[in-house]
Design a binder for this molecule. Structure first.
Ligand SMILES: O=C(O)c1cc(=O)[nH]c(=O)n1[C@@H]1O[C@H](COP(=O)(O)O)[C@@H](O)[C@H]1O
Length: 234
């Protein structure tokens, strides 16, 4: 079975904090994630600094008209991210434009994985209903996943609950990146669809994304190492 790898989300508005976590986690995490919290507060040069010599998941979840998303992705090319996100609910034309922008603006050897975010792990059935979707999270994830992969996304962001149905529908090729991960007994915080690292690994996640259970720990490196052990032994 393939190894499930760990992405640590460095969610902070403080560059010194991000530097400290990134250094402490070198050797304990397979990639780091920087998202809108860090990028809006510290700027793209700070993203480039933290990402130097590290594998970067740049999670800005673009969601706009096709032309704007394409140009946005083109502007991010110098950062050299390994993984990038757009929202699948932006629709097939937006995803196709994202695919084309990546193929055009990024050198083939360093082309990032284009990920479509399906249904946020902070949403449950009730949350979907509120935004006018009467499908279950699982149905909606599979529907968006089908569409996104068909038009050229390399992978999907989903919760661990949807890995099995997505693998049934789409096979092993799509890269599945899975947040909403909580070690047994940890607080769920604002996440609704959660599983443990071992459960996500057993279900077949390519990557798990873990933020607060690592960054809030007294010793983040130790917390990341414990999650890596759990992944290896799953
Ligand atoms: O795209 C993501 O990474 C993402 C998608 C999603 O559906 N849910 C989700 O939690 N995330 C991100 O994954 C990280 C989870 O953080 P923790 O809840 O602190 O582990 C955050 O940085 C979120 O932005």
């Amino acid at each position: 079975m393939k190894r499930t790898r760990l992405i640590t989300a460095l969610d902070t508005q403080n560059i010194d904090q991000a530097r400290e976590w990134a250094r402490a986690l070198d050797g304990h995490t397979d990639a780091i994630k920087l998202g809108m919290e860090f990028t809006y507060a510290c700027g793209l040069p700070a993203v480039a600094e933290i990402a130097r010599d590290r594998s970067l998941f740049l999670d800005l979840k673009l969601h706009d008209i096709p032309n704007t998303v394409a140009k946005g992705l083109t502007s991010l090319a110098p950062l050299g991210a390994s993984l990038l996100t757009v929202h699948a609910s932006g629709g097939s034309a937006m995803l196709q434009a994202a695919r084309a922008a990546i193929d055009e603006a990024y050198p083939e050897a360093r082309r990032p994985c284009l990920l479509a975010v399906t249904v946020l792990t902070s949403l449950d059935q009730q949350g979907l209903h509120e935004i006018g979707i009467d499908a279950t999270p699982r149905e909606q994830v599979v529907r968006l996943g089908h569409m996104a992969i068909a038009v050229g996304a390399d992978g999907l962001v989903c919760s661990a609950e949807e890995i099995a149905p997505l693998r049934d529908a789409l096979g092993d090729k799509p890269v599945l990146v899975v947040p909403g991960i909580r070690p047994a007994g940890a607080s769920a915080d604002d996440q609704k669809r959660i599983m443990t690292p071992a459960q996500a690994a057993q279900a077949g996640a390519d990557w798990i994304v873990v933020g607060r259970p690592i960054t809030r720990a007294h010793n983040p490196a130790q917390a990341a190492a414990a999650i890596q052990d759990e992944l290896r032994n799953a």
